[in-house]
Design a protein around this ligand. Structure first.
Ligand SMILES: NC(=O)c1ccc[n+]([C@@H]2O[C@H](COP(=O)([O-])OP(=O)(O)OC[C@H]3O[C@@H](n4cnc5c(N)ncnc54)[C@H](OP(=O)(O)O)[C@@H]3O)[C@@H](O)[C@H]2O)c1
Length: 288
């Protein structure tokens, strides 16, 4: 039995499907049981737990061969990262008490960075889980190709995608969530000792110009990328409701300046299979 958090989302759903396809039993860990009906119909056990609640998480993780931890996204964290720390504390204690056979935790490219930024939330998660007594793997994927969902409408309607990733010809490791979930599902079924870090990207690195060209092919119209000037980011993010834009801005700086990057040797970085155009076609058709 494998306990999967985030199962109603993109990555967690693929992790669960990968395990079910291998004949494994899956426990769907959800905060709202009504959202797990399709998983119950596919034969999963369904339990309710909150990611910051040690007691419900302990019950959810008990009696399992493996647990997949998907830390909830917090794009506007408090300066002391208290939201992430509450999750980290509850997850760590629950894993200690429930003692599953192994843990695969979704982390991120750049979790090793020492500069404070949005991804520091995953740095803290890795630090807290690395001393657990069972084998732990941190899966560090690149930038999700699905982040391009925000670019579909401007690409389609204006032939332009605004880019915070700069310069526009700098290629960034990107990966489809289908590959992230598949690799996580495979990791859960492997055996290892101690702490493992697995870095993952797609078949090719993608620059903002590459992204615009891929949109152009999918949409059948010219599309170009335009850099959003950094001096406008703070006011822009605040106008979109962000209380403190700095963590997100520093994350983008990290990609642009190169201190958010993979740390493994190139040959050790796992390569996914899903092409950018496949993801963009899905995003465009979902947008209607
Ligand atoms: N975007 C990127 O470029 C990138 C890159 C590397 C890593 N990541 C990581 O990928 C993860 C996001 O994965 P995804 O794209 O699969 O997300 P997603 O599709 O948005 O799904 C999020 C899942 O998390 C659950 N969830 C959200 N907030 C929760 C909370 N407070 N308590 C319990 N469950 C909660 C959701 O459940 P409900 O159905 O109840 O809402 C859903 O199952 C994050 O950990 C992020 O750091 C992202």
């Amino acid at each position: 039995m494998y306990a999967i958090t985030g199962i109603t989302g993109k990555v967690g759903g693929v992790v669960a499907s990968t395990l079910l396809a291998s004949g494994q039993r899956v426990r769907a860990v959800v905060r709202d049981a009504a959202r797990a009906q399709s998983w119950a119909e596919r034969g999963c056990e369904v339990v309710t737990a909150y990611m910051d609640d040690e007691a419900s998480l302990t019950a959810a993780f008990e009696g399992t061969q493996g647990v997949f931890v998907l830390p909830p996204s917090e794009f506007d964290p408090s300066p002391d990262f208290r939201e992430a720390r509450a999750v980290i504390d509850a997850v760590r204690r629950a894993l200690q008490s429930a003692a599953p056979g192994k843990v695969v935790c979704l982390s991120t490219i750049g979790a090793q960075a020492t500069e404070t930024n949005l991804l520091t939330q995953r740095t803290l998660m890795e630090q807290a889980l690395r001393n657990l007594p069972m084998p732990v793997a941190f899966l560090r994927p690149g930038w999700f190709m699905e982040n391009a969902v925000w670019d579909v409408v401007p690409a389609r309607d204006k032939g332009m995608i605004p880019s915070f990733l700069q310069p526009l010809n700098k290629a960034v490791p990107m990966v489809a969530t289908a590959d992230v979930g598949r690799i996580a599902g495979q990791l859960l079924q492997q055996a290892w000792r101690g702490v493992r870090i697995v870095e993952l990207e797609g078949p090719q690195r993608v620059s903002p110009n590459d992204l615009a060209e891929a949109f152009a092919r999918v949409l059948g119209r010219p599309v170009c990328a335009e850099g959003v000037p950094r001096e406008t980011w703070g006011a822009l993010f605040r106008s979109q409701g962000t209380k403190d834009p700095l963590p997100r801005m520093r994350m983008l700086d990290g990609f642009n300046e190169g201190w958010i990057a993979f740390e493994s040797e190139k040959a050790d970085i796992v390569k996914g299979e899903v092409e950018l155009e496949t993801v963009l076609r899905d995003l465009v058709s979902q947008a209607g």
